[in-house]
Design a protein around this ligand. Sequence first.
Ligand SMILES: C[S@@+](CC[C@H](N)C(=O)[O-])C[C@H]1O[C@@H](n2cnc3c(N)ncnc32)[C@H](O)[C@@H]1O
Length: 216
Amino acid sequence: MSIATAKLNKAEVIKVYSQTAPVYDIWGTLTETKARRRALELMKIRDGESILEVAVGTGLTFQELLKANPHGHNTGIDLTPAILEKARRRAVKSGLNNYSLSLGDAYDLQYPDQQFDLLVNNYMFDLLPEEDFMTVLKEFNRVLKPSGRLVVTNMTTGMHFYQRFWEAVYHLNPKWLGGCRGVLLSAALQTTGFDHIHRETVSQLGFPSEIISATL
Ligand SMILES: C[S@@+](CC[C@H](N)C(=O)[O-])C[C@H]1O[C@@H](n2cnc3c(N)ncnc32)[C@H](O)[C@@H]1O
């Protein structure tokens, strides 16, 4: 199964997500709620853990991490200042203070080796060039503790014919989908040292997502 070429560079990603930050939650709720919920189940969070979410966006998942891990520490990063600001406001409203949110790049995580019990990443690999998947996964591997867990959700491909609608939208104008196209991440996980790789798919409004859990 071939994966379409990524069309947005980092500067364009920041531009697109700065523009869409005010309305992102509508999209994220209409097409990604089911996948997000299932990803949370697969995270199997034990209160007290050290958790990193890469590409927090507006904080739709991050707010759930705060609730599930009140005695642990929750760290979130994103590349786009405007969308990170929304995540900050959402986290403040939670009334919890068990977190830190900062600008950061998945390619170059500013954390020591073996720091986190769990790394969470939703709808980011579907923006990245396929040739970069292993680079970023190696960085995820580096900051996870031995036996650390990873849960990744992506827009995916190859499920049902009607999902070709989304592929057609992407080919018409990738920015209409925030630069996201369907990807398949399991093989890259295997080659970067992850184990117990478990992949599920869900569809919401015909929008196909893969949810993958893995351990080191
Ligand atoms: C489709 S949104 C998903 C946001 C959030 N994870 C969610 O599920 O609602 C993609 C996000 O990835 C972020 N992003 C893209 N490339 C990134 C990178 N290299 N490092 C960190 N964040 C990145 C964007 O800024 C944007 O917030």
